[in-house]
Design a protein around this ligand. Structure first.
Ligand code: GDP
Length: 398
């Protein structure tokens, strides 16, 4: 059996001074297993997080400031949602300084108003666990707090990926491992391709979805070629099967190292093989752009292991970042802060997928002027159906 990933990637979000460092420092120090990343790092790597931990301060005034229109809480939560982090946990911090300390009523107020704004972003607040804590005193972090015996555990809908828990650690532990990705068709974006003396061509990469086995016929896209897997290796050991999360190297027959490269995606030739796209439609948020973006704008997109210049071919809709409602059809320009649906076309062959079918291949960051100008998720792809027809064993065909 292929083991599912067992660790969970957590991205920590919240207003400055809400207690992110204090809280996560505590968790990391005590249990070692949490991999904290701030949203800024997360955004730069466009990395995959399984859950967002939103830290809000319950302290008088601080909560109100953090959640205000220009507070970072909204910005971060929206970014996490857009980047595909569908599970969120809210730690209501600084319960030691509510008036009176550890006040149940204050916790209730915070839960109410955070729920309202999470709902506007797209999260289902009935599926979000809220935990009252003090990162400072450690209440409800690792052991149930005597001072908040009124808290009987976070109430969330069943079947939403969370079990109930009293402490923050319990709730983090109860997060289901990410979607079961092993039974999806194979997607393996290549990180590198090596030529190894006596062995031959060895592509390496991380399996995002599906299973890889020796004997399997692979289709590579956009290289448009097929090849049989001779053997698989991980950490210098041969494997009879590899699955999601595994970093593997595999040896293929009759393919020259020249015909493959980083950014190509391998899939099972018999089971929804990957294909390159003529264009795709993405929903994106413009983060940092000094001017106005018009049709024709062509930043570099970082998606899985590839970097390809893509043209904003059609600005289809401007949407409200908070409600997701349409604001305008075919806007003339987009600027920082705008959310939009855009049709994009790559300037060279590219294999991407809709976020819905293969999440790791369906989210991207757009770079320009040495910064991340936008992040987005792919809503639909227009596949180049010519690719399968022309594919031939071990040969590149155009
Ligand atoms: P960050 O900016 O979100 O990483 O916040 P920090 O963890 O640096 O905390 C900001 C300030 O709040 C620091 O002075 C902390 O000592 C304080 N703080 C953090 N958590 C708590 C808490 O649970 N209770 C109290 N009273 N203070 C806290």
């Amino acid at each position: 059996m292929v083991k599912e990933r067992t660790h969970i990637n957590v991205v920590i979000i919240g207003h400055v001074d809400s207690g992110k460092s204090t809280t996560t420092g505590h968790l990391v120090y005590k249990c070692g297993g949490v991999d904290p990343r701030t949203i800024e790092k997360f955004e730069k790597a466009a990395a995959q997080a399984d859950v967002a931990l939103l830290v809000v301060s319950a302290a008088k005034g601080e909560f109100e400031a953090g959640i205000s229109r220009n507070g970072q809480t909204r910005e971060h939560a929206l970014l996490a949602y857009t980047l595909g982090v569908k599970q969120i946990i809210v730690a209501v911090n600084k319960m030691d300084v509510t008036e009176p300390p550890y006040n149940q009523k204050r916790f209730g107020e915070v839960v109410q108003s955070v729920s309202t704004f999470l709902k506007r972003i797209g999260y289902d607040p009935t599926a979000v666990p809220f935990v009252p804590i003090s990162g400072w005193t450690g209440e409800n972090m690792l052991a149930p707090s005597q001072k908040m015996s009124w808290f009987k555990g976070s109430k969330v809908k069943r079947g939403q990926g969370h079990a109930n828990g009293i402490t923050l650690l319990e709730v983090l532990d109860s997060i289901h491992p990410p979607v079961r990705v092993a039974n999806k068709p194979l997607r393996l974006p290549l990180q590198d391709v090596y030529k190894i003396g006596g062995v031959g061509t060895v592509p390496v990469g991380k399996i995002e979805t599906g299973i890889l086995k020796p004997g399997m016929t692979l289709m590579f896209s956009p290289a448009k070629l097929t090849a049989e897997v001779k053997s698989i290796e991980m950490h210098h050991e041969g494997l009879q099967m590899a699955g999601p999360g595994h970093n593997v190297g595999f040896n293929i027959k009759n393919v020259s190292v020249k015909n493959l490269r980083r950014g190509d995606v391998a899939g099972n030739a018999q089971h929804d093989p990957p294909s390159d796209v003529n264009s795709f439609v993405a929903q994106l948020i413009i983060l940092n752009h000094p001017g106005k973006i018009k049709t024709g704008y062509s930043p570099v997109l970082d998606c899985h292991t590839t970097h390809v210049t893509c043209r904003f071919a059609e600005l289809r809709e401007k949407i409200d970042r908070r409600t997701g409602k349409k604001l305008e059809d075919f806007p003339q320009t987009l600027q920082s802060g705008d959310a939009a649906t855009v049709k994009m076309s790559p300037n060279r062959p590219l294999c991407v997928e809709s976020f819905f079918t293969y999440p790791p291949l369906g989210r991207f960051a757009a770079r320009d002027l040495k910064q991340t100008v936008a992040v987005g998720v792919i809503k639909s792809v227009d596949k180049d159906h010519g690719s399968k027809k022309h594919a031939q064993k071990g040969q590149v065909s155009k």
